[in-house]
Design a protein around this ligand. Sequence first.
Ligand code: GDP
Length: 203
Amino acid sequence: MLRVVDSSFIKSCTKPDHYPTNPYVDIAFAGKSNVGKSSMVNTLVKRKLLAKKSNTPGKTKLINYFQIAFKKDELDDRLYLNFVDLPGYGFAKVGKAEKQSWRRMIEEYFKERTQLRAVFLLVDIRHKADPKDKLMIEMLESMNIPYCLVATKSDKIAKNKIQKTLKELKAQLNSTTDQLFSFSSLNKTGITPIFNWIEERVF
Ligand code: GDP
């Protein structure tokens, strides 16, 4: 089992020549604003304020990099990776130009970042499939980027409905991934499957 032993903010970037030069793999987090992305990153690393919560609309959109150090029981050395908080999308008030710059930034990141191992795409478990999430999935699938679908705020629905809702969301979103997760930052549930996935696929 992986344990996070350290986490720190590295930098914010907008374009490839700003990306960190460390040799570690990237795991990126994407989703609409307010989906619970900062909360999930903070919950995974057990820090309340590592990723800032609720970026306000209209603020410059940035790709935020965090370096995470893990320990595995049977290993002495630490293992490292980058958590990448991609700018949230879907603010109603955002203008066309900003939407385009957001899309360019994300597309460029997906295209240029050879260390990118996977994207966790977050969707609110209570919401019907959103066209913006569908677009995101189309982008990921057309670029052959491995991704997992994570339904956030799973504390908001009955436990016995979570799996069914996840499958419905996947179908509504026209997603072909078989990597489905649920997560609650409030109840701190869903952490172990995410770390198991990272352990299996990355380390
Ligand atoms: P972000 O904009 O995607 O980074 O979203 P935040 O992490 O800032 O969360 C947006 C709002 O959703 C905040 O009011 C959080 O308190 C709330 N939230 C985040 N995660 C959860 C969760 O697991 N359960 C519940 N009930 N609320 C959550």
